[in-house]
Design a protein around this ligand. Structure first.
Ligand SMILES: Cc1cc2nc3c(=O)[nH]c(=O)nc-3n(C[C@H](O)[C@H](O)[C@H](O)COP(=O)(O)O)c2cc1C
Length: 185
């Protein structure tokens, strides 16, 4: 495996445990349901699974991003490590986990305060006339869902004063390994 690909996995693995790692937050891009529009939002990268080359984030099942992924599984991720001047763009195929063993297991591990994000009575992104938000009880996991993004391609850009470096890693679906192409930065 290329040294650079190993380094990319090392960053994501570190972000698993280190809440201060810049890759802990990423921008998840999906295709909007409004024709011609693109949808992006910051989310917490909850888990990187190196065996499956997959990253998980948590969300509310009622949120627009879930409907968008149900309509089109192709998603993009953007990460930037400012100190290292490293940009990683991912292409991935997303799967929604809802009301299954994985969501039940992860829900049990979520602290009470963190569960609130998935407990609003009214759906996220719905219109409201009040700044007060009403919540369901903290044992209700009805809307908790996990988006698992299986990485299919990685666009790597390392900025450097000497010379920028840009590589494209594309997953070979047969072998499951990543093939490297060098790009003009
Ligand atoms: C720092 C930060 C972290 C966030 N983390 C999450 C997250 O892990 N999951 C999530 O659904 N929304 C998260 N959000 C909110 C989203 O950016 C977005 O506003 C919300 O999910 C609605 O997105 P949608 O309408 O496109 O579905 C986060 C926002 C910020 C600013």
């Amino acid at each position: 495996m290329s040294v650079i690909l190993t380094d990319i996995w090392r960053h994501f693995t570190r972000a698993n445990h280190d809440k201060k790692h810049p890759f802990r937050y990423g921008v998840l891009g999906t295709q909007s349901l409004i024709k011609g529009e693109i949808a992006m939002r910051t989310v917490v990268m909850r888990r990187f699974n190196i065996d499956a080359y997959a990253i998980d984030c948590y969300t509310d099942y009622r949120s627009p991003k879930v409907q968008q992924i149900q309509a089109n599984q192709q998603v993009s991720w953007l990460f930037y490590h400012a100190r290292q001047k490293l940009q990683i763009r991912l292409k991935a195929t997303a799967i929604i986990h809802h009301n299954n063993d994985l969501t039940r297991q992860m829900w049990q591990q979520l602290p009470q305060y963190a569960r609130r994000d998935y407990l609003t009575i009214n759906a996220p992104s719905s219109h409201t006339h009040s700044s007060n938000v009403d919540y369901l009880s903290t044992d209700n996991d009805a809307y908790f869902c996990i988006i698992t993004s299986h990485i299919t391609a990685i666009d790597y850009l390392q900025l450097s004063r000497d010379q920028h470096q840009r590589l494209l890693f594309i997953k070979n679906q047969q072998s499951g390994t990543f093939e490297t192409k060098q790009l003009v930065p």
